[in-house]
Each structure stands twice: as structure tokens, then as C-alpha cells.
Design a binder for this molecule. Structure first.
Ligand code: F0G
Length: 384
């Protein structure tokens, strides 16, 4: 006998569509532009500082899924979606900015690109520099970047310099190098990075029919929140019917200069990607948050790790710790949701993939279960 079961909100009913997207039973392979994932510059060329015929260095970045999060929605009393930026080619949102910054650098004849990085920008730079066939150099804080990111930067052939200092010191140095030598700086102080990253705002509004109330986002060097705000404003100017969401930024407690209102000399957090004490786009981030009716708040490392596990275990979505900051913040501080108002639509940006940082994942999980290769031994550990 089958017991009646409450449908699990995470499991959508079968669509009944075949491979061709048509009625049940269709098995033709699909092709063509409707399904193909095109690169960011190709998709949004009319809204980017590129012209047809310009060199484009792309790995088909962007067009990442917006995943509804039923458990999270239930907990906060709003409709919440996750913008899963970990599904970009190098596993983070940095690819959006990097396709633009490296394409522009190549257009200008650059033969080398450089950045300071907590890891993800380094991985993206390395991949796009490899693709472009130019030299890639990255400065990372020694011992403070996640293993996956270091592996990527090295594997793509970038020159990786481990600085005995933090991200803020690395950024100061690469700015000086780029001023003095013919090497293009592709940190988010480079406006092409902002141009590329703003396109994530376009994708979200396209997916939500232009009706978004709030965006929750981790803030480190403050490039991404600046970019989203630019994207949302551009859309709203084109069509005032498209909402201007509240920009709700979150930082880690130990690296929270925007919350404190002053630089943090020795930032420290488990979310190594946002271990930044003096963000380059500080003013613009504050303008985004205050100008949109949003806010900035912080969360502790424990709260970040709770959200990180919750997303993996309850929503089936694996992001890196820094990314979980957006969800930790939403759970702790809300996102300005007015009690008793209409049900709000909220997006949390999950900036990077969980596989970037396997060590933190394993540290935060239950240990593996050892087992001898016999049925009895397996039953002993399995059958309770
Ligand atoms: N989340 C992740 C996973 C990141 O890697 C970063 C920044 C952020 C959030 C914050 O974005 O700096 O635009 O405010 N990572 C940079 C890097 C600093 O070097 O990879 P932001």
C-alpha cells in the first residue's frame, strides 16, 4: 500500500517534454540559437562597450540558473531564488567581468594581464589569459586562498605570486605595477569588469519578469554590488516598469569595513574570498545600498558556515563559504522585508562554486565511514 505523501516542494512535476522540448515522446536532438548557451558579450553586446567585429575572449560564461529555494523561502516568508554563479566556466561570477576585461585588453593590444586576488579572480584571469594566448600574472595572499582556486590558476599557466601580505596590500602593489609597466590591470577597479558583471542583473530580471524586491549579495572588494546596481539602473531607465530592487550587502564580521565605516587592518574570516579590509569600490557600494533603500550588515563565521551547510543539505546547492554570506545575512537580518506586506521576491547571489574550497567542505561535514569488504560489515554500518 502506498501512503499518501505530502509533495516535496523541491520536486517539480514532470514536464512531459521530450528532447525536442515539444510534446511527450519527441526525441529529436535540439540545436540552434534558442538553446545554445552563448557567451556574455555575444548575448548582451548592445548593452556593452563592444562592437561587432571586436575580438571576443569567451568561455560561454553567464546565463547561469536562477534556482528557486523552497526551504529558504519557507524560513524567511518570501519567495527566494539563488543566482548560482558557481556554474560559470571557472566556477565563479568573475568570468562575467573577465570576458570583458580580457577582450578589451586584447583589443588594446595588451600582451599581459595582472590582478590581485583572494582566488576567484586569479582563476578567471588565468583561464581567460590562456584562452587569449597572453601572459597572466596573479598576486594572492600567501596561504589564504582555497585549494581549488590555486589549482585552477596554476593549471591554466598563470604566474602565481604568493604575497606575504593580505589582499589589500596585493591590490595596492598591482595598481602600482600597472601604472608603471605595459601590463593591463583586470581587478574590478577596471570598468570593463563592472560592465560584464552588470549583466547578471539583466538575467535575473529576465527570469523574474522584471519584478524583484531585494538582492542579497556578499561584499568584498565591492565590485559586484556596484555592477549589479548599474545593471538594475540601466534596465529601469530603459523600462520604468522593471523594478529597482533594494541592494542588501553582507560582509563577514571579521572583514566588515563597510559596516564599521572604517578600514579593517587585519581582516580575518573563514570566507577567504571576502577577506578584504579596504574595498576599492567602497563609495559606489554605499551609494548602491543607500540609493536603493537597502542596507549593509555583517554575519559571523559560524552563521556563514550554518548557511553553507543549510544550502548544501536542504536545497542541494553547493557554494563556497563567501557565497553563503548572502544567505546567512538574509536569515539573520532579513532583507528589509516589511511584516504583513505583499510576499516579496528575493534573490541571493551565490558567487562561487562549493568545489572551489574542498577543505572547508570536508572540515564542516561528518567523517566518511570506514568498512571492510563484506556484506556483514556493510549491514552493520548501514542497517539501523
Ligand atoms: N564571493 C566570492 C566567491 C568572491 O570571490 C568575491 C570576491 C566576492 C564574493 C566579493 O565580490 O569583491 O566584487 O565585492 N573575490 C575577489 C577575488 C576579491 O579576488 O576573487 P566583490
Amino acid at each position: 500500500m502506498t501512503a499518501a505523501r505530502t509533495p516535496d516542494p523541491r520536486i517539480a512535476p514532470p514536464s512531459g517534454r521530450g528532447l525536442d522540448g515539444g510534446a511527450e515522446g519527441g526525441h529529436r536532438l535540439r540545436g540552434g540559437d534558442s538553446i545554445r548557451r552563448m557567451g556574455l558579450i555575444e548575448r548582451y553586446i548592445d548593452r556593452l562597450p563592444f562592437a561587432p567585429g571586436d575580438p571576443v575572449i569567451s568561455l560561454n560564461e553567464g546565463s547561469t540558473p536562477l534556482i528557486h529555494a523552497p526551504r529558504l523561502s519557507e524560513r524567511v516568508g518570501a519567495d527566494v531564488w539563488l543566482k548560482y554563479e558557481g556554474l560559470n566556466p571557472t566556477g565563479s561570477f568573475k568570468d562575467r567581468g573577465m570576458t570583458c576585461a580580457v577582450s578589451a585588453a586584447v583589443r588594446e593590444g595588451a600582451e599581459a594581464v595582472i590582478c590581485a586576488s583572494t582566488g576567484n579572480t586569479a582563476a578567471a584571469l588565468a583561464a581567460y589569459a590562456a584562452r587569449a594566448g597572453i601572459r597572466g600574472v596573479v598576486l594572492v595572499p600567501d596561504g589564504k586562498i582555497a585549494a581549488g582556486k590555486l589549482a585552477q590558476a596554476l593549471m591554466h599557466g598563470a604566474e602565481v605570486i604568493a604575497l606575504r601580505g593580505n589582499f589589500d596590500e596585493a591590490l595596492r602593489l598591482v595598481r602600482q605595477i600597472a601604472d608603471a609597466h605595459p601590463i593591463a590591470l583586470v581587478n574590478s577597479v577596471n570598468d570593463f569588469r563592472i560592465e560584464g558583471q552588470k549583466c547578471a542583473a539583466f538575467e535575473i530580471q529576465e527570469d523574474l519578469d522584471g519584478q524583484l524586491d531585494a538582492l542579497c549579495i556578499p561584499v568584498g572588494n565591492a565590485g559586484n554590488i556596484t555592477a549589479y546596481w548599474k545593471g538594475f539602473r540601466e534596465l529601469h531607465e530603459l523600462d520604468p516598469g522593471v523594478s529597482l530592487p533594494r541592494m542588501v550587502g553582507f560582509q563577514a564580521r571579521g572583514a566588515n569595513p563597510l559596516v564599521r565605516g572604517e578600514a579593517v587592518a587585519d581582516p580575518e574570516t573563514v570566507a577567504s574570498a571576502i577577506r578584504i579590509g579596504n574595498p576599492a569600490r567602497w563609495e559606489e557600494a554605499m551609494t548602491a545600498m543607500t540609493g536603493s533603500g537597502g542596507s549593509v550588515n555583517d554575519v559571523t563565521d559560524d552563521e556563514i558556515l550554518d548557511a553553507y551547510r543549510f544550502l548544501a543539505r536542504e536545497e542541494g546547492v553547493f557554494c563556497e563559504p563567501a557565497s553563503a554570506t548572502s544567505v546567512a545575512g538574509l536569515l539573520k537580518h532579513g532583507a528589509g522585508i516589511a511584516p504583513g506586506g505583499d510576499r516579496e521576491r528575493i534573490v541571493c547571489v551565490l558567487t562561487g562554486h562549493g568545489l572551489k574550497d574542498p577543505q572547508t567542505a570536508m572540515d564542516e561535514s561528518t567523517p566518511v565511514i570506514p568498512c571492510e569488504p563484506t556484506l556483514a560489515a556493510l549491514e552493520k554500518v548501514l542497517i539501523r
